[in-house]
Design a protein around this ligand. Structure first.
Ligand SMILES: [Zn+2]
Length: 92
């Protein structure tokens, strides 16, 4: 036991924000930001509105160690045309 405080903190986060729920919330927010960015720039939104890649079925805006995703900042400032995880193109 090297750092009990940290473990307690992690446990608390797990209780109040289950990883799946947090991921869903972050991913929805990413999709909203991309939608807003496209509307403001008058660009077509290529990324699926549900925020999930239709090829690998991973969240587009919420990744983990093995599955890269776009950050919320990126979603708010770039046109997303493909999945960061599998490289699948959302165009056409
Ligand atoms: Zn994908």
């Amino acid at each position: 036991m090297q750092d009990t405080k940290d473990m307690t903190l992690k446990e608390g986060i797990r209780i109040y924000f289950p990883k799946e729920e947090l991921g869903r919330m972050v991913n929805q927010e990413g999709s909203r930001r991309q939608e807003r960015f496209c509307a403001e720039k008058h660009l077509p939104m290529f990324a699926p509105k549900n925020g999930v890649c239709d090829f690998c079925h991973r969240p587009i805006y919420f990744g983990d160690d093995k599955h890269p995703a776009y950050s919320l900042e990126y979603a708010a400032s770039h046109l997303i045309t493909g999945c960061r995880n599998c490289g699948h193109s959302f165009v056409d």
